[in-house]
Design a binder for this molecule. Structure first.
Ligand SMILES: Cc1ncc(COP(=O)(O)O)c(C=O)c1O
Length: 369
């Protein structure tokens, strides 16, 4: 199989697996137990917390481990005070959009921050949103579909100057670009392990001291009483190792991915009528999303799957057909064209030969369509 869907999930790195396996077998102690076995699990969690904290440049006490990016995003939005207003960008992942809509149903005012045709949030859009006096704003650092990276630091500065708490979903950016929590100037940030070659079911919410986190679960007082439940020790250890490797290898990975992305884009642009979305915008080095006239993205995905190539389409299945990507619609792309979208998200094991094979096949499939 040619795997081109690393923004959906990544294969676990062998070195991560080696690091976490002993915590499923030999060192199975409960980190809250006081005897040696428990203390070993506790210190492994502490070490992982340092590794994750280092990847975004914070103190380890600012990291709360969660069950993934989805929980971290939900936990971030739960900090909203009763009746306070919320604003989110129009291109957020469903793990922000859905809890935000629930908060709206519970009586919170919800506003959406528009993006321009390149998927970017402008200063004007921020100024407009500030006028609505939200208490919390959530803006993702990099988009999972287009790969567009927001110029978040100036926006965060402006929002904070107006007393607004800023959260960023950095799940897709983590491990692909260098992230400094403090330089970005946000107060809350969501991370996920399985997008950086770590295990699934593990993530973190990074928070600035002083921001009041309201736990979603109560129980054993784990994670500074902010996330109760016996820790998923092996997954946390794996996340820590994956974070350490991402930090050490970031520059090398990025260089390699950019070269592959260029090869891919050079090939794609030889296909008549094909548009690479937000091509001239600052994007993740591994992500390319494109559309083609008169093509059904879901159908194309299936045909590629039959040939052993895993990609993602921009649209979502729904009863009665497919729904075009809200991200592309927010960028002003026509619904029919948005439905043709295919996303390629590359990873370190992809090769130039795989890219060339894909381009060749795509040309054949497009001609047949
Ligand atoms: C931007 C973004 N945020 C959040 C998530 C959810 O993360 P998790 O799968 O760890 O719950 C994803 C996963 O696809 C994502 O792409």
């Amino acid at each position: 199989m040619i795997y081109f869907d690393h923004n959906a999930t990544t294969p676990i790195d062998d070195r991560v697996l080696d690091a976490l396996l002993p915590f499923l077998t030999t060192f199975y102690g409960n980190p809250s137990s006081l005897y040696r076995h428990g203390r070993m699990a506790r210190s492994a969690i502490d070490a992982a917390r340092e590794q994750v904290a280092a990847l975004v440049g914070v103190h380890s006490s600012q990291v709360i481990f969660t069950s993934g990016g989805t929980e971290a995003n939900n936990l971030a939005l739960a900090t909203l005070a009763p009746h306070a207003r919320l604003a989110i960008s129009a291109i957020e992942h469903p793990s922000i959009t859905e809890p935000a809509l629930r908060l709206k149903n519970q009586g919170h005012e919800l506003a959406f921050i528009n993006v321009d045709a390149n998927g970017c949030i402008t200063e004007d859009a921020i100024n407009k949103i500030i006028k609505g006096k939200p208490a919390l704003v959530s803006i993702m650092l990099a988009n999972n579909e287009t790969g567009v990276i927001q110029d978040l630091a100036p926006h965060a500065r402006q929002l904070r100057a107006n007393g607004i708490i800023v959260h960023s979903d950095a799940v897709q950016a983590l491990g692909k670009i260098s992230i400094s929590f403090n330089t970005l100037g946000v107060q809350l940030m969501s991370l996920s392990s399985h997008k950086i070659y770590g295990p699934k079911g593990c993530g973190a919410l990074v928070f600035e001291k002083g921001v009041e986190i309201k736990p979603l679960f109560w129980g054993g007082g784990q994670e500074q009483e902010l996330r109760a439940g016996t820790e998923n020790v092996a997954a946390i250890v794996g996340f820590g190792k994956a974070a350490e490797l991402a930090q050490a290898e970031l520059a090398e990975r990025s260089k390699r991915l950019l070269a592959l992305r260029k090869l891919l884009e050079d090939g794609l642009t030889t296909i008549p009528g094909l548009t690479i979305f937000a091509q001239q915008t600052n994007r993740l080095p591994n992500t390319v999303q494109f559309g083609m006239p008169k093509i059904d993205g879901e159908m194309l995905l299936m045909k590629l799957d039959q040939k052993g190539i895993a990609v993602s389409s921009g649209s979502a299945c729904a009863s009665g057909g497919s729904i075009p990507s809200p991200v592309l619609l927010a960028m002003g792309i026509a619904p029919d064209f948005a439905k043709s979208a295919i996303r390629i998200s590359l990873g370190p094991t992809n090769t130039p030969t795989e890219i060339l094979e894909f381009i060749k096949l795509l040309k054949v499939l497009v001609c047949q369509a």
